[in-house]
Design a protein around this ligand. Structure first.
Ligand code: ZN
Length: 199
């Protein structure tokens, strides 16, 4: 690809001045007068102490430069504002691989963070479901214990059964004593067939 000069520039190491030549006969000295630039975009010419300089000139693919100019024309034709113009040129530079894309990655980092948070939320939801199942199991075991030792816990307990038993061995009627030490009981009658709720 053909390259073209787009910046004719140097830094004088003696005085730190940065100077560039804007057009063919734009001849400029640095602050200390040690070195000068000339030639604009046509040729790079240096006069004076060239050893104590850092060349800062830039060349660019002609196609890329043409696309940048085309981008500017498009923003003028479509009446874009300053931001629209800057972005159009940036897009043209990106298209030609002239941008360090790592310097433009702020938003995608945020996107990654959002994805990480979403993942964490799913993990916590799964953990929560597991904890709820554990609590339900604990409550079932707790109830079982509470009713297995009525003399110790003061809770109501099954003290007898009446009627026929079904295929699972469950009686038609059970007798429930309100608390240990009482002689009376309450009758509870089965109101339907056995069914298993989804624990
Ligand atoms: Zn100087």
């Amino acid at each position: 690809m053909k390259k073209t000069l787009i910046q004719n520039e140097l830094e004088c190491k003696k005085c730190g001045d940065i100077i560039y030549s804007e057009y063919r006969h734009d001849f400029k000295y640095c602050k200390c007068g040690s070195v000068a630039v000339d030639g604009g975009m046509d040729y790079i010419r240096r006069i004076g102490n060239v050893i104590d300089t850092v060349d800062r000139s830039m060349h660019m693919d002609e196609d890329a430069l043409a696309d940048c100019k085309e981008a500017i024309r498009w923003t003028e034709d479509t009446d874009r504002n300053e931001l629209g113009t800057v972005l159009a040129v940036i897009r043209a530079l990106r298209q030609h691989g002239l941008l360090d894309m790592s310097k433009f990655k702020y938003d995608s980092k945020k996107t990654v963070m959002v994805k990480e948070i979403e993942g964490k939320i799913k993990e916590l939801e799964a953990e929560n479901t597991q904890l709820q199942e554990t609590v339900a199991l604990y409550q079932r075991l707790h109830n079982k214990l509470m009713h297995e030792n009525p003399e110790k816990n003061g809770r109501y307990f099954i003290c007898g059964k009446m009627g026929e038993e079904d295929s699972l061995g469950l009686p038609d009627i059970i007798m429930v004593c309100p608390t240990y030490g009482l002689d009376g009981f309450q009758l509870y009658k089965k109101d339907g067939n056995y069914s298993a709720p989804g624990w």
